[in-house]
Design a protein around this ligand. Structure first.
Ligand code: NAI
Ligand code: UGA
Length: 447
């Protein structure tokens, strides 16, 4: 089937590559010409494990093409996906300007029956708005409103595992109003449903809400375990043991219960904010969502406060190393990364900050540039030379496997603030470190 995709960001590009892998002929459009040129030369503009081989293969086969304007797309696409950004506006509402712009471009382009797929995360009611807008434009062009159906097809992939999540989804959710569009969506996803992945069909509003509810639920789980972690610290319990204890109850499950410096990324913060904005619009309650955001904010502050407390309230002149800038491992994405907040605060408090990240360092440089007090390192061991403390903020594998003897020898004082509970406190104590982690006794509290 011929498919067009508007937007080649994390979601659009992964969707394009995976739909090609599923046997479709895909054309990806992005208004960012630099991105398109890079993609046309066979290079991925993002770091995503497993993406590049598929990109190379399908570009060579001609089943995946990249263009900078919808006008360059074949006119006989059966479906066009909208996968553009929906960033947070000032009041937390989702900014729909990119989505509506893409919808207008599609409405000006189509000449035959096309299913428009809202893949971007959009607030309840938006797919209907897109539908009205496209159909009104078709009418004004003297064409039938029935030339376009708009469906909702939210995406649940995680960065760093995007290819795997797209090709082996727990479920595919489609919100739909027309039988004709339902058949097209069934055909698109047939290679996955044939393998047993379920396609859940529902109305538009429920599909849009499902996406927000999923992200809000996951974010609230993280805040829940972080609140329990704070209580563990206060009472002398160990959150890692508690996680094991509750996670083995099948009603709770073990996933998404890792305590740490809190969630970041381009989606949880913005989607929880957008859902709260929806609650305001409908004068409904959002107390769990508010608490989720509040705990997440507090978690970063608590982590920083522990470092300040260790140095008797002042970070002035302290050499602090930050390991990890990406909002999570296996991505170069630093949008809303906890590390950004922490680095800003450290610099404001007068600390000298050395940072390392295996992939995201160039993005960090775009944010902090030559700001006095900051230094960038490509080697994690060079980054800790002479440091008074190491703060581990992203749980990259390279840190889990780090040679801590070398780290200890390189540091001014062997002090580690472990924001992702990567190291064991007792082992760290025995190795001669002062180690603080989240929701567990600090090394110096162990007998
Ligand atoms: N990043 C993620 O892991 C996930 C994101 N989502 C949702 O998917 C949507 C897209 O997110 P990302 O891929 O992260 O965004 P992104 O910001 O990485 O990419 C968006 C792309 O759309 C392009 N674009 C914007 N307007 C355009 C237009 N009119 N014509 C052509 N290109 C246009 C931009 O140049 C950019 O390359 C958002 O609604 C997001 O909430 C959903 C699930 C996962
Ligand atoms: O809508 C989206 O964009 C996506 O948002 C998340 O995916 P993603 O943001 O890529 O990353 P996650 O793996 O969910 O991690 C988000 C944040 O939570 C943190 N986290 C995650 C899990 C955990 O147990 N504890 C925890 O602090 C991570 O470190 C990270 O900062 C969801 O997991 C995806 O299903 C969804 O499609």
């Amino acid at each position: 089937m011929k498919i067009g995709i508007i937007g080649t960001g994390y979601v659009g590009l992964v969707t394009g590559v995976c739909l090609a892998e599923m046997g479709h002929e895909v054309t990806c459009i992005d208004q960012n010409t630099a991105k398109i040129q890079l993609l046309q030369s066979g290079q991925a503009p993002i770091y995503e494990p497993g993406l590049e081989p598929l990109l190379t293969r399908h570009s060579a086969l001609g089943t995946l093409q990249f263009r900078s304007s919808i006008a360059e797309m074949a006119e006989d696409a059966a479906a066009i996906f909208i996968a553009v950004g929906t960033p947070s506006g000032a009041d937390g509402t989702a900014d729909l300007s990119f989505v509506l712009q893409a919808a207008d471009q599609i409405a000006d382009f189509i000449t035959r029956y096309t299913v428009v797929v809202a893949k971007s995360t959009v607030p309840v009611g938006t797919t209907r708005v897109i539908m009205e807008r496209i159909q009104a434009k078709l009418e004004s062009r003297g064409l039938s409103r029935k030339l376009a159906d708009v469906v909702s097809n939210p995406e649940f992939l995680r960065e760093g595992k995007a290819i795997e999540d797209f090709l082996q989804p727990d479920r595919i959710v489609v919100g739909i109003e027309s039988q004709q569009a339902a058949r097209v969506m069934e055909q698109i996803y047939e290679p996955l449903t044939k393998k047993g992945h379920s396609l859940i069909v529902m109305d538009l509003r429920s599909s849009e809400m499902t996406k927000y509810a999923a992200n809000a639920m996951l974010a609230s789980r993280i805040s829940f375990i972080n609140e329990i972690a704070e209580l563990c610290e206060a009472t002398g319990a160990d959150v890692e043991k508690v996680r094991l204890g509750i996670g083995s109850d099948h009603r709770i499950g073990p996933f998404f219960l890792s305590a740490g410096v809190g969630y970041g990324g381009s989606c949880f913060p913005k989607d929880v904010a957008a859902l709260m904005a929806t609650a305001r619009e409908y004068q409904a309650s959002s107390s769990i969502l508010q608490a989720t955001v509040e705990v997440n904010r507090r978690q970063r502050k608590r982590f920083l406060a522990k470092v300040a407390e260790y140095f008797h309230g002042s970070l002035e002149g302290k050499a602090i190393t930050v390991w990890g800038v990406a909002f999570k491992p296996d991505t170069d994405d630093i949008r809303e990364a906890p590390a950004l907040d922490l680095i800003k605060s450290l610099l404001n408090e007068g600390a000298a900050v050395s940072i390392h990240d295996p992939i995201a360092l160039p993005h960090a440089k775009q944010v902090f540039g030559d700001r006095p007090g900051i230094r960038y390192f490509n080697d994690p061991y060079e980054a800790v030379q002479g440091a008074h403390a190491l703060m581990l903020v992203t749980d990259w594998d390279v840190y889990r496997k780090a040679d801590m003897d070398l780290v200890k020898k390189s540091m001014n004082k062997p002090v580690v603030f472990d924001g992702r509970n990567v190291f064991d406190p007792v082992q760290m104590k025995n190795a001669g470190f002062h180690h603080y982690s989240i929701g567990r006794k600090a090394s110096w509290e162990h007998e």
